[in-house]
Write a protein that binds this ligand. Structure first.
Ligand code: HMG
Ligand code: MG
Length: 297
């Protein structure tokens, strides 16, 4: 049976844009429940400025409370050396740096140009390597930018290849505002795969235009085997106007399960996390699968 890895980004991407921040204890409970649902990689938070993203304050406390011997990795977002210092002090074993294929989005999101961001990432990668940390790399706006519109595939390829050459073991290609459609998504992935091995690529789909599962299917056919998703379809970047949630973990797992592709994810258990988390956030999950689960009782 074919296998696909789902990288759960709900506790980070899912919560970073919520009007009602979830406290540390609730975030720990959410992550533990996601572990129980079979997820093996769970992005647990970010070491960014709490002035920029207050929802992720307390990420060190969240990480400290997680079991480290359960065979689950908890990558944490890190934008600069200050973030790396926080991650090192917390004993984090995996981090993720995040670049953009769009100049304007880079400025809005991390307050520097693409080139400057690589200047910040270089010592982060060196320090992480010296400490034995694994580093994942994100590229945002791979299929469009909220400020610039169309983004050239060549820009995506350059940023992805550079992150990989710097030592990122996996490059997650982010459709930050969910504007991509299947052929464009697959063409973009194939172009990146000419420079970075397909096995080192992941797709990070937001579902703003309802295209996420279609894009994932097209990229699955193109050879991608790692997909980011967020429980309950939560998510969105505070610096990407109009961006909504990631593809829902339970909807992705449902599609793959129906195709005979194994994910190790317990769909009902993920639905329970979606409903519990959304109840705390005060809104319904953006997921048909979770809604059906709730209606079944
Ligand atoms: P800056 O203002 O240029 O930073 O922000 P600075 O170095 O000039 O420092 C300014 C202040 O921030 C100082 O504090 C620093 O200590 C503090 P002050 O002296 O004013 O009290 N600071 C920090 N505090 C905590 N942790 C840090 C840190 N760095 C500086 N690491 C910075 C630059 C990157 C910090 C800022 O722009 C920031 O935090 N941005 C947040 C970016 C973010 O988290 N965006 C959402 C995640 S990305 C995303 O969602 C996309 C993704 O999902 C993929 C996709 O969908 O495409 C990954
Ligand atoms: Mg995202």
């Amino acid at each position: 049976m074919d296998h696909v890895t789902i990288v759960e980004v709900g506790p980070r991407d899912g919560l970073q844009n919520e009007a009602q921040p979830l406290g540390v204890a609730d975030r720990i409970g959410m992550i533990r429940a996601l572990m129980d649902a079979g997820l093996k990689t769970i992005e647990a938070g970010s070491f960014v400025s709490p002035k920029w993203v207050p929802q992720m304050a307390g990420s060190a406390e969240v990480f400290a409370a997680l079991p480290k011997d359960a065979g689950v990795s908890f990558p944490m977002l890190v934008p600069n050396m200050k973030g790396l210092e926080g991650a090192l002090a917390a004993g984090v074993e995996e981090i993720a740096v995040f670049a953009s294929a769009s100049e304007t989005f880079s400025q809005k999101n991390i307050n520097c140009s693409i080139e400057e961001s690589f200047g910040r990432f270089a010592p982060v990668l060196d320090g992480a390597k010296a400490a034995g940390m694994r580093v994942r790399g994100y590229v945002s706006c791979v299929l469009g930018c909220p400020y610039e519109g169309a983004v050239a595939v060549g820009a995506v390829v350059r940023v992805a290849a550079r992150l990989h050459a710097m030592g990122c073991y996996e490059i997650s290609l982010g459709d930050t505002i969910g504007v991509g459609t299947p052929r464009a998504a697959a063409d973009m992935v194939r172009a990146v795969a000419a420079e970075v091995p397909m096995a080192a690529l992941a797709l990070h789909e937001h579902n703003t235009y309802g295209q996420a599962l279609a894009n994932i299917l097209a990229c699955l056919d193109a050879g991608v085997r790692v997909f980011d998703a967020s429980v309950g379809g939560l998510g969105g970047c505070p610096y990407a106007k109009g961006a909504t949630g990631n593809v829902a973990t339970e909807e992705l797992a449902y599609m793959l399960d129906g195709m005979g592709i194994e994910t190790g994810v317990d769909i009902d258990a993920v639905c329970r996390v979606a409903l519990d988390t959304c109840a705390k956030l005060g809104h319904a999950p953006a997921s048909g699968v979770a809604r059906v689960f709730a209606a079944r009782g």
